[in-house]
Write a protein that binds this ligand. Sequence first.
Ligand SMILES: *Cc1c(COP(=O)(O)O)cnc(C)c1O
Length: 392
Amino acid sequence: MKKDLIKIKYSRRIKKLPPYLFIELDKRKKSLQEKGMDIISLGVGDPDLPTPKHIIESMQKSVEDSKNHKYPFGRGINFFCEAVASWYKARFNVILDPETQIYSLIGSKEGIGHLPLAFVNPNEYVLVPQPGYPVYSSSTILAGGQIYFMPLLEKNNFLPDLDAIPKYILKKTKLMFINYPNNPTSQTATKEFFVKVVSFAKEHNIIVAHDCAYSEIYFDENNKPISFLEIPGSIDVAIEFHSLSKTYNMTGWRIGWICGNKKIIDGLAKVKDNYDSGVFNAIQYAAITALTGPQDCVAQMREIYRERRDVLVNGLKQLGLDVIEPKATFYVWSRVPSSFNSISFAEKLLSVGVVCTPGHGFGDSGEGYVRFALTVSKERIKEALERIKKCL
Ligand SMILES: *Cc1c(COP(=O)(O)O)cnc(C)c1O
């Protein structure tokens, strides 16, 4: 080694992050694409539909205003927090104080990623659903905490079995993540389950972080997904994460919020004060327009996902696949045929140019399943089904 070179070594916490499991599939996808193969991607959950026009126009106006060019800082502009409070009242009949119980985030991923830093010490546990959004476990690792995975099993309607968590773990548990409507299983939570979580959290002194990013992508108007904060007593133990990403097709804009218990929010705010300076004000104004403006764009989006879901679910069933009926989100969670595991099935589909996400990538409890994202047109989903039919 040359003397003027330094030895660059990653920290132990970085090394602890799990390897990116989709990397092999992604490499194969790219090499097939380079060979000129047409790929239908039902992999990543990023909406293909554009942000509604009135939201874009609002952003265009706000970005012109030099008042918006400064550091935003803090919880967000008053109008944003008030818009969130009104939206919450209208949608969930939950009253929140915009000054203390709502805080803007640079996308909900940012808040999920930073939350354990505020509450979790080394050797303390975080309860993490599995299969689940990978940030719950990576944020725990980056904060130096320990992960206890709660399996989401079909026999329990994809709800975690709280009674199965060992007492010695609960003694050292600070925080739990839950996520309904759920990515990747596309199931919703019952009120009874949330009630149980509130008393469980109080009994064991655990902070509840509910990720509600998919609350508006549902298929049953008479049985809409509920907020965790609707549950009596929840405000004592919980915060909820929300995002404009999925509801308004704004994944690239980076805005969401945390709401609920003031003391929990204050903890996250302390971390954020040292890491970032808030959400660009022009984006906050666009978000206000989204939350307070006409909501028919959201209803139209739901209709599009419903049509796609029906095409894919019926098609997969006709091919003999055991599909879990999606109640919400834009995902379809399906068992793989018995002669495959999740990776070999995903590889098989890739050989005909159809990308899905192997359940194993979400952790061991996801084995035996694959996830399809409904983020391509009906026509492309039909084409994907034709291809799957030919290769089975
Ligand atoms: C997409 C997603 C989010 C994060 O979205 P942001 O764009 O960061 O607001 C959070 N949780 C789950 C489960 C998601 O799928």
